[in-house]
Design a protein around this ligand. Structure first.
Ligand code: CU
Length: 201
């Protein structure tokens, strides 16, 4: 228990150092999200969403692709590629056509957009600090799980993985496109640590 509290304190301090507005986010995201896949709506699936400003569909597929690119870069301990993926996510978010969203989608997106953007920006700006990127990736992963619940999986089967060894035994989730575990938090130190907790169809 002491370790957990210390872990939270360190995480909060680190993030406060890079942006004080993040403290609220940490509290809000501390409890893991329970998932009801039956609530997922796949109404953007099947439409070829583009990141163009004129797009009428939410670019769930593109955001997920950027996230997966980020996840795979971290699994390979490549902070430079992770930063590129972070910047890609920011660019996609900036082109979202909010007028195309339903009331329910708008509500979810309004809650998530600033958070996702901020984590993606920090990951983009810290190519040489992979452990810092991983702290933001942990919170980004929770946001992505929420995003997928509302906007669908972009037409591909996704897996929610969990590794109990991240953050001094606190554990952390990530989303993957493959069933095989490739740990983005521990990389080459422990590539296969973790289990599939949920299939997000
Ligand atoms: Cu940061």
């Amino acid at each position: 228990m002491k370790n957990i509290i210390v872990g939270f304190a360190i995480a909060a301090t680190t993030l406060a150092a890079c942006n004080s507005s993040n403290n609220k986010t940490i509290d809000a995201k501390q409890s893991d999200v329970t998932h009801d896949t039956s609530m997922a709506t796949n109404n953007t699936v099947g439409t070829q969403a583009t990141a163009a400003a004129t797009s009428t569909a939410f670019p769930a597929k593109e955001i997920i692709a950027g996230y997966l690119q980020l996840k795979n870069s971290l699994a390979k301990d490549n902070g430079k590629d992770a930063a590129t993926a972070g910047n890609t996510i920011v660019a996609i978010l900036e082109k979202v056509n909010k007028a195309s969203l339903s009331a329910n989608q708008m509500k979810t997106y309004a809650d998530l957009q600033d958070d996702i953007k901020e984590h993606a920006e920090h990951i983009g700006a810290n190519a040489d600090k992979i452990e810092h990127q991983r702290e933001h990736f942990e919170m980004l992963s929770k946001d992505m799980a929420d995003l997928i619940k509302t906007f669908g999986n972009g037409g591909q089967t996704l897996y929610k993985d969990f590794c109990p060894m991240v953050g001094d035994g606190k554990g952390a989730i990530w989303i993957s496109e493959v069933k095989e575990i490739k740990n983005p938090y521990l990389g080459s130190k422990m590539p296969d640590c973790g289990t599939v907790k949920e299939t997000m169809k």
